[in-house]
Design a binder for this molecule. Structure first.
Ligand SMILES: Nc1nc2c(ncn2[C@@H]2O[C@H](COP(=O)(O)OP(=O)(O)OP(=O)(O)O)[C@@H](O)[C@H]2O)c(=O)[nH]1
Ligand SMILES: [Mg+2]
Length: 237
């Protein structure tokens, strides 16, 4: 049988390129697949999600927003610290009312990032709702696989005497999430596998030790003081 002719250099290069492309695609698939395409604004009623949405989209607070009955979606142009346009992201503002939040699971499948908006002047009465949102986000399979970044946006910082510090808001949520997973485990919840995503249950829950990077910032959506949110979003580009 005749020897196979050696491959021409051009064909060798083409084969190398094909092999490298397959390897890159495999790596991306195993390490979480493609990134999501939308930034979700979630959080309890009245926290300021819609105010933040319009501030990011139009640079104004659209004073007098009412409780949202449906989602708002739009593209937000982002500028860097030198006020230079650097790109845009699609943002989805979800209503806070529990009955209107049923689609969160579906939206999280395509999330590139999540901004959990909190009313820092009113965090304590709303800590259960806020922790429920955070629980759903941090135990979602897509969020876990892609390590979707989460920002705790502690809003209404302009209410100086009433607004709690970022650290207070973060610790309040951390403790509430810890209590929530204990209760759910004790009740023999079917979410056992999901709860495991929140770390070992023999130690207090630590947000810093979870798969998704979680940061926190103090903002005032109404006054347009949202630079920390913009910085968080610019990192996604
Ligand atoms: N003082 C102050 N008030 C704010 C700020 N952001 C929002 N608000 C007010 O808080 C109220 C609720 O704001 P929304 O943006 O509608 O809140 P939401 O989270 O979208 O509420 P739902 O749609 O019901 O989930 C409005 O009266 C806003 O004017 C802020 O940074 N400071
Ligand atoms: Mg709203």
């Amino acid at each position: 049988m005749a020897d196979l002719p050696l491959l021409a250099p051009g064909v060798q290069i083409a084969l190398l390129v094909v092999a490298a492309t397959i390897l890159i695609l495999l790596f991306r698939l195993l390490s979480g697949g493609k990134r999501g395409s939308v930034v979700l604004l979630v959080g309890p009623c009245n926290a300021g999600k819609t105010t933040l949405f319009y501030q990011l989209k139009d640079g104004t607070s659209h004073l007098g927003t009412v409780a949202s009955m449906q989602e708002n979606e739009g593209w937000c142009q982002l500028r860097n610290d030198k006020d230079k346009p650097v790109g845009s992201v699609k943002v989805l503002d979800l209503p806070g009312h529990p009955r209107l939040r049923s689609k969160l699971d579906q939206y999280l499948r395509d999330a590139s990032a999540v901004v959990l908006v909190l009313d820092s002047a009113d965090i304590t009465p709303h800590k259960t709702e806020a922790a429920e949102d955070l629980f759903e986000v941090l135990t979602h399979p897509t969020v876990l696989r892609r390590r979707v970044p989460v920002l705790l946006a502690c809003n209404k910082a302009d209410l100086e005497t009433q607004a709690h510090s970022v650290e207070f808001c973060r610790r309040t949520l951390e403790k509430q999430l810890d209590a929530m997973r204990k209760t759910r485990l004790a009740l023999g919840s079917e979410q056992g596998k999901a709860i495991a995503a929140l770390g070992k249950t023999d130690k207090p829950l630590s947000l810093a030790a979870l798969r998704s990077p979680i940061s926190a910032a103090s903002i005032s959506a109404e006054k347009g003081d949202v630079a920390e949110v913009t910085r968080f979003l610019v990192k996604l580009l």
